[in-house]
Write a protein that binds this ligand. Sequence first.
Ligand SMILES: Nc1ncnc2c1ncn2[C@@H]1O[C@H](COP(=O)(O)OP(=O)(O)OP(=O)(O)O)[C@@H](O)[C@H]1O
Ligand SMILES: [Mg+2]
Length: 287
Amino acid sequence: MEAVIQKASVLVEALPYIRKFEGKTVVVKYGGSAMTDPRIRTSTAEDVVLMKYVGMNPIVVHGGGPAINGMLKRLALESKFHQGRRITDDAAIEVVEMVLAGSVNKDIVTLLNQAGGQAVGLSGKDANLLHASKIVFEDGSDIGHVGQIVNVHVRILNVLCAAGIIPVIAPIATDSEGGTWNINADTAAGEVAAALQAEKLVFLTDTPGVLRDKDDPDTLIHHLRCGELAQLTREGIVAGGMIPKIDACIKALDSGVSRTHIIDGRVPHALLLEFFTDKGLGTLVTL
Ligand SMILES: Nc1ncnc2c1ncn2[C@@H]1O[C@H](COP(=O)(O)OP(=O)(O)OP(=O)(O)O)[C@@H](O)[C@H]1O
Ligand SMILES: [Mg+2]
């Protein structure tokens, strides 16, 4: 009996959060590094579907670094990086688009649908969702088809959400000439959250959050303010894959998103714990 009552109290604890987020748009960046364990993939999908059923409008933006590396390797193409960004030549962009908008996107759509949701996958090409221009480096390096977002046409997202559908976005963008651009998934998530003025932006990744020492989980920073972020990057505390997340948090916060979180996507039901309980997980980033 005790256990049953305990279950009821867990549900009641969620009530104020369910009320708070009813009808609100939330963007979830699902990192490629947090996609490896099949059990966790299922629990993540269950969380997103539950969020939809209790009245939120979740939108998923996914990465897929490990899957792209795997396919490049199978095709005997090299994975090359410049300042943390993938050098994307003509051969690589073909693979990046096939893997992200094809296999990874459809895998996530399938998981969400199996968990009882209705998910639709799209890339930035669909309904002109994401338009980009080439990233130009100060040192003149050319890294190919790597773009920065110049425009987000949110109409299709609003149409899908209103119809009860969970949009799942692959971070590929186009331009007015019909080009194909590889966009960092964190950047895409930040831009989508900003354009939608989302309530929250959550990054599911493969680390407990922003760590002072990235190899020591006990050094988790629970709350970061925008003003502190530049210093952390300068000191090299925030590096590699964490840099575009931090930049995306700043972009989203500047555009009116009130809270951004970087949490451990390897923890079962991390999203439910984040949204529906009193326990804050990972790192909260605010203005
Ligand atoms: N201060 C820091 N705290 C925590 N992680 C950090 C920090 N600085 C750098 N990192 C690195 O950032 C990584 C997370 O970014 P990464 O790009 O690897 O994953 P992702 O963005 O979740 O996945 P994907 O790029 O496939 O979408 C961590 O695994 C860690 O190595
Ligand atoms: Mg990344």
